[in-house]
Design a protein around this ligand. Structure first.
Ligand SMILES: [Zn+2]
Ligand SMILES: [Zn+2]
Length: 249
């Protein structure tokens, strides 16, 4: 507190201008200083514990071993912090999707940030904070759309409150699966079958004609930045992206 108020009194207009660009570097420097202090303390701990445990012929507790192990991690993290800070200050570009093709929406660790920037070669995407916000907005929009479809109620037979089945490209079906007419069931069932015969699945790599692998052990690829979802209709299970390959219903 003393530090902040002292600073306030001596700040001139010129100081303020230089400091506005500086706070990020200042924070990184503080992190580095704290990491250095911890490292020095760990050095002391190592030296003292070597002497003590050797002289006393006691076994060194595991907790001390663990603490000493942290030293390497801390050094690595401090390096990453300073590199990441540079990337933030210089507005390096972060791609929208991870190298696996998934849209990231969680805040990245310094290491993740460095890897993301590297993957895009500083040519793809936007500066970190902007890309984070954009990714979250995109995800929210997709979710809103999916939620809206999931909210459509059947309304047949005494105003049935069950949600309708969904068709390709998230179009709401005419009724819930229970209240579909026989013809509707047949035509929607045929859509599911046609999606399988006519299209490969980009989500689980099933070739045309073979059913999707909807098991927990399926090897999946993200589609448009998201993991493929499973849609099922009267026992037919299929990844939503494969169903969406069909022309609008
Ligand atoms: Zn119904
Ligand atoms: Zn599939």
């Amino acid at each position: 507190m003393g530090r902040a108020s002292r600073r306030k009194k001596t700040t001139s207009a010129g100081d303020r201008a230089t400091r506005q660009a500086a706070p990020q570097h200042e924070l990184g420097a503080r992190f580095q200083a704290a990491a250095d202090a911890v490292e020095a303390a760990l050095d002391q701990l190592e030296a003292a514990s070597c002497e003590f445990f050797l002289a006393s012929r006691l076994r060194r507790p595991y907790a001390i071993h663990d603490l000493l192990q942290l030293r390497e991690n801390l050094e690595q993290i401090a390096l990453e912090v300073s590199f990441a800070e540079e990337m933030l200050t210089e507005n390096w570009l972060v791609p929208e999707l991870t190298p696996r093709g998934k849209r990231w929406t969680d805040e990245l660790t310094p290491r993740d940030l460095i890897e993301q920037v590297r993957a895009g070669g500083n040519r793809e995407g936007r500066p970190y904070a902007q890309q984070l916000e954009a990714n979250r907005a995109t995800e929210a929009a997709v979710r809103t759309k999916l939620d809206a479809v999931a909210q459509v109620l059947c309304g047949r037979s005494n105003d049935c409150q069950v949600h309708v089945v969904t068709l390709p490209r998230d179009a709401p079906g005419p009724a819930c699966w229970r209240h579909l007419t026989t013809d509707e069931k047949a035509s929607i069932g045929a859509l599911y079958a046609r999606a399988v015969t006519d299209h490969a699945c980009l989500g689980c790599s099933a070739p045309p004609g073979e059913p999707c692998d909807t098991s927990d052990s399926a090897k999946l690829e993200p589609i448009d930045g998201r993991w493929p979802r499973v849609r099922s209709f009267l026992g037919q299970k299929i990844h939503k992206n494969r169903l969406d390959e069909l022309a609008p219903f």
